[in-house]
Design a protein around this ligand. Structure first.
Ligand SMILES: [Cu+2]
Length: 136
């Protein structure tokens, strides 16, 4: 009996994670830089399996840098407060469109290395990914 209770407790504890996993990320990449502090940009595809739209609200990295959500309007980059991923939809972060800007990186981003990211969504979901650093 005690064992069944433990198993049930364990399953219940795990359940929220299964339910929460609504956003997934494909092919996260970041452009290599020559030196520390040189701006760069992060691209990826975001998928939302939920019946409700969700917003990417913030991005953090364990590697020191200032990460800002950007859009593009009339060929100019603009800061945006959130990137919406439609219900059951995808959003592509790509050159000339939506992207995540990297400012004030404490070190140069070397091609072949990885850049850890935590994406935070307005539904409380957090997704950790390692962006691949790629040359121009
Ligand atoms: Cu930008």
């Amino acid at each position: 009996m005690q064992r069944i209770c433990k198993t049930l407790f364990f399953m219940t504890a795990l359940l929220p994670f299964g339910v929460m996993a609504k956003v997934s990320v494909t092919n996260p990449t970041i452009i290599a830089t020559q030196q520390a502090g040189e701006p760069s940009a992060i691209f990826m595809e975001l998928h939302n399996s939920d019946n409700q739209a969700v917003n990417l609200a913030m991005v953090h990295s364990s590697q020191p840098a200032n990460l800002v959500l950007h859009g593009t309007q009339n060929g100019k980059m603009i800061t945006t407060t959130g990137i919406e991923i439609p219900a059951k939809g995808n959003v592509q972060l790509k050159p000339g469109g939506l992207h995540i800007m990297v400012f004030d990186s404490a070190k140069a981003l070397r091609a072949g290395e990885r850049f850890p990211l935590t994406l935070m969504f307005d539904n409380g979901e957090k997704v950790a990914v390692d962006a691949a650093i790629v040359g121009h």
